[in-house]
Ligand binder design. Sequence first.
Ligand code: SF4
Length: 493
Amino acid sequence: MNNAFVLYLEKHTDDDDLNFNGSRTFYIIKEKINNAFADTEIIASLPEAYTGELVKFSKVYVRSDNETENWKNLNEQFSFDNYIRIKADAPFCDMQIIGEMLDVHTKYIAEYTYSENIPAGFACDILSSELIKSLPDSSENGKSILPVEKVIKDNINQFDVELFYKEPDIRAYRLSFLSGNKRENMIMQNMINVADNISYDSVEKVLTENPDILYTTPSYIEIELSPETNANPLYSPVALAKKGRSQMDSKLFDKIITELDLFNTPVALSLSGFGEPLKHSEFYSIFEKALNTTNISILLLETDGLALDQNFMNFIQNRDVSKLRVIVECNGYSAETYKSIHNLDGFDTVNKNILNLEPVLKENLYVQIMKINETEPFLDAYYDYWEGHKVQIILQKQNTYCGRLTDRRYYDLTPLKRIPCWHLLRDLLILSDGSIPFCKQDPGAEFSLLSAKDMPILKIWEERKPLFVDNFNKKYATRPDCKSCDEWFTFNL
Ligand code: SF4
């Protein structure tokens, strides 16, 4: 068989994303290919906008936006039997695994071979020339901008596809190993600091023996602007929250978001906590600062929707809000259903506000409903109503705060095997008075003495590292009681 490697550079990637451990990732990958598959050609597949060092490779294909046409053109230009695609920012790509995948692909005369359980960065996918020739024309399916693997999976019955599986299955870590992601890049660097050679066979051992290497920077920070609420839904945890808080001092908010820059990694910031963010008297100036902070890559606004009025509309219409996601807590699709859960006559206002915002925010607007006994009878009608208005729906799991709230669930999705708590690894909750609870299960901030008022966030984050390491090693906290918590398998961003 006449095979070639395709070193595939994703869109919006530049040479800064291709640095790892002092080298360019593509030279690391090239050396691995040359050692394991001598004389096999390497084609660099590059997006049009890229102008970095990879353009100097001897074989280069420059892509347009039309993915299926790209593969057809590349195949016509180079005429190999199979194309082994590796991401260009995957310095941990494992030639042993790639060799095994190629053996499977050849043995079963597959047209497409891929793996679902091996995290991105270790394996590859393999496309045969025959498959590429028979990919549906973009003019036929209108899906030209979909990634080729999605086009194949959408038409899976047309192709001979091999799904490659290999132990260990480390998907529970929710990791990829691509240098273009700064946080993953840090983890990979931590890994090679403790082990010279990282192969897929060794990765689980390295992680379990050194869980601290997973602890990098927060990816989700939840800030409570105001402790006040409008409604008192059936499942509300407000009674458990710390007493005597007032709204966040805007200077404290400034301190926090300024200090976020020191992490030097993008973060999702959620304006939520236990109160309604729009009740803060300086909400719009705070909101503006958050929108303008570069390191905040996603800004979430979790609200009851009552104040998403014309003022809010005017504000967002005059600004770039592409990173804004608005989540409206709305457990109803009519005045009656809404009132039965929220204990408030608010549906008409919330409904009007959502419908006004939909044409502006489109896919960045969500309604959120809790999956509990009380919403189950109207869940289908709820979906029909909001989908009919093109509003996306988030189905939320009830948090009982370690069993302190009445359990209203009629299902249990808790995995059988316990995994380390993602919330300790990636989240930080800051209450309106600056106090930093142990986690969301500590709404009274009883089990942590840390405060954003008198300590830098970076230092607080470092202080919390042992909490994660202990949890990873199954030394579960008793305050809050991790053993009675069922939030450990949930994650935000
Ligand atoms: S397991 Fe539950 S209580 Fe323990 S840290 Fe995670 S979210 Fe908090």
